[in-house]
Design a protein around this ligand. Sequence first.
Ligand code: ATP
Ligand code: MG
Length: 601
Amino acid sequence: MKALLRTFRYLKPYLLMSVASLLVLLISTAGNLAIPAVSQYVIDAGISQRQPSVLLRGGLMMVGIALIRALFSFLQGHLSAKVSQGVAYDLRNQLYEKIQRLSFSYHDQSQTGQLLTRVTSDVELIHTFLGSALLQSLGAVAMLVGSLALMIVISLRTALVLLALAPVAVGVFALFFMKARPLFTEAQRRLEALNIALQENLVGVRVVRAFVRRAFEMDRFAARNEAVMAIQLKVGRIIAFAIPIIFLIANLATLGVTWVGGIQVINERMTIGALVALSNYILMAIFPVFMLSFLLANMAQAAAGAQRIFEILDAHIEIQDEPDARPLAEVRGRVTFDQVGFRYFEHQPWILQEIDFEAPPGHKVALLGATGSGKSTITNLIPRFYDATRGRVLIDGHDVREIALDSLRRQVGIVLQETLLFTGTIRENITFGRPDATIDEVIAVAKAAQAHDFISVLPEGYEAPVGERGVNLSGGQKQRLAIARALLVDPRILIMDDAMSNVDYQTETKLQRALNHLMAGRTSFIIAQRVSTVRDADLILVLEAGEIAARGQHAQLLETSPIYAELYYTQLEGAEATREGIFIYDHDELSETELESEAPS
Ligand SMILES: Nc1ncnc2c1ncn2[C@@H]1O[C@H](COP(=O)(O)OP(=O)(O)OP(=O)(O)O)[C@@H](O)[C@H]1O
Ligand SMILES: [Mg+2]
């Protein structure tokens, strides 16, 4: 409930409207409460006294009240929608902003489907709560209190009849609340599970098909879907069960009042009009009780949603600017790892140990090593995707933790190991880091990245749309776009994580030549599987299980490092074979076959 109270803070910008909405609600409740009083007046002063003019006046009063009520209920609906939509809007923006700033380590541990559910459906719960549940509850309480008070005013004795029924009503209310509450929470949890299954399968639709898992995944989805349905049916059953009971209680109450009140009417201690009004107030008092139990269960659900939302909003951002962080203007590009040790989680094995090297500005550093040896992890420390657990990473002698994050990352161009493109055109994807780039600049980097050729044969060229995650391009084409994207930001430090793994030997050679030219004067980190890619590097680091097993330049390493020599000679044989293979085709034929095989199936 604390979480729910905290959502009230979000009402602050809409305070005036919220208060107005509450006032309007109270007025329309008062209107509702006035109706039985008017009918009492009509019966006692009009019908009993045979005064048609009273009937007319009473009728007009009712129409007037109905009109006012209609107007105010419109106003109330409008105001509360404005308030609650405003809060939902603010919450969604805040959540998104926070998710954008949360560190990689947070994202490592959370499921995308879960985050999605929170930004959409949990926010929706808060919206419903603030927009209707909260006001309806206040309205219900006002109605309950108002009708009870009016009943006491009309006849204390008959009102006491209700007191006898109160324990029953409250009992049913409590029972319903207790039964419904866990169901609502469970329903939300199951919906989240359904969303996660849906999201994963949509993202992995190709894998699902390729491994003929469609039937299995369908069953899994159907099972979760069924679980959602089952719980909703259960909720429905409880409501269906509660409604007749509420009616029964209402009927019993009416019976009691009619009986006790009837005797009083016979004894002429009460008028017929008062009796009629009383039985109306009875209903007005009982239904809010039922409403409240329903609304309270709803509130519990909203509270759970609020808790999940605040969990994100309160999550600690591990990587953020220190209070005294300074922007780094133009870096020269000296990158130093000073005795760096790293692990992703506390109490887990070290992933990197004693990584110690220096790359002077303009140098090309190559990282080589078996899969899982920590190559990507090393490069992740430079733009502070993660912070070193021990030791320091320095750029131009400044600890990266003392540099303002944005200014640090702006100097680092990165081609990630997993290429991800966004929905939009090819040009938009290349200019992702610098939306203001001219088309000439775009073409220049695309040429360097060996992407221009395949882009210009597309019917729409640079304006060709790239689908969600870039599915309509081949792996190698996507990689080359990612390289162009990184080059365009004109970084002082370039990181290419396995950026040429999907590119054929010939293209790679061309790409390297272009890059060497382009990267002159910039520091670059190249992670590669092929020794040929890194042969000309100024510094080659051979990693083994998170440690630098050997370092140096190609010729030197060939002599001093058995691991490196073995890597080189086994790959050399492979490369010779490939080169013979290439020889069969002439140049143009090759690029055509290459394009064909790269076309989506
Ligand atoms: N986000 C992460 N959370 C926890 N552990 C991770 C994470 N990323 C990588 N690891 C672990 O860190 C170790 C090094 O991974 P890293 O990605 O740096 O290897 P790599 O050398 O880049 O391998 P590859 O050549 O396959 O890309 C691996 O044992 C891996 O399981
Ligand atoms: Mg890697």
